[in-house]
Design a protein around this ligand. Sequence first.
Ligand SMILES: *Cc1c(COP(=O)(O)O)cnc(C)c1O
Length: 371
Amino acid sequence: MTIPLLDLKAQYATIKDEVNRAIASVVERQEFIMGREIAELEAKVAELSHARHGIGCASGTDAILLPLKTLGLKPGDEVIAPSFTFFATAGTIHNAGGTPVFVDIDPATYCADPAAIEAAITPRTRAIVIVHLFGQMAAMERILAIAAKRGIPVIEDGAQSIGARRQIDGTWRAAGELGWVGTFSFFPSKNLGGYGDGGLIVTQQDALAERLKKLRVHGGAKQYHHEEVGTNSRLDTIQAAILLAKFPHLATWSSARRARAARYTEAFRGHADIRPPVTDAGNEHIFHQYTIRVPRRDELMAHLKAAGIGCAVYYPIGLHLQPCFAELGYRIGSLPKTEEAMRDVLSLPVYPELTDASVDRVIGAVKGFFG
Ligand SMILES: *Cc1c(COP(=O)(O)O)cnc(C)c1O
């Protein structure tokens, strides 16, 4: 029997009736564009993120791009971002007219290192995009202190961390709550995934929320009146309906992921070759990925695949080394901690429907490889 990295069919089997009913309801009403489910989902995700506003949009990529566009970046304007992340984090900076400035990670959490962010700030820094990678929040209190001193807006890319929390000064803060904006993706494999593309922005700022709501419909609050040039980046009503049906399960799914992660970590603890992931003090991790660090990573990956166990490398090439950013002048050696992670990380199955027996089989296969 094979164990996939993620099993969306198993999840669908547990929520089939709710989801099918939600889809049918939109189809019956033929209310495909900006139907009532959009505002309902926006309110739910805003509440989860302790934010005043939620703005649905077409993808997690657009959720980063639209706020960046409001900054009106000029050639040479810099936006700081980690290199160890999904491409959208920096592709959007380029597409908004800015220049990405890549920073290294804290090797324990894989999130951007606050000291590296501070060192990368120049008079041309216009924004900082941080990523709550693999399901845990970056060191927001430190990053915000650095950004606030200079009045630089912080975008929280929360595509992998919807509902993740971090205790700061004794208070639970949610992913997306503290930045200028927080962004989420509903790509099917995310912890709250739709059945197609989708994204959402959260913010505390009233005027910005209004502006983003216009930008996603060609820049006009009123049809055929355009105050500025926007685009078509609506969240699809059918997707919003599916996401609303799935939303009540999110907390249960997140704790199921934590339980599976804990089972792995217990088994790997103290092993000479296997380094389990580290949850930063104060964080409630939602384990979008359970990522270990190992020597001979590619051999282990081949061994697991041969045993029918799904696994993957997130991320094999840092964005600073991507051919499309070659002109920025980064080389091997520019971001050593990112480059080390590129060589030795491996993500294992950690989805909520995974049985204990399957977790144990993965553990056995990983340990068996190292003998
Ligand atoms: C998935 C993801 C995105 C982009 O989301 P899409 O919905 O696929 O456009 C952005 N950032 C990170 C860190 C992601 O994991």
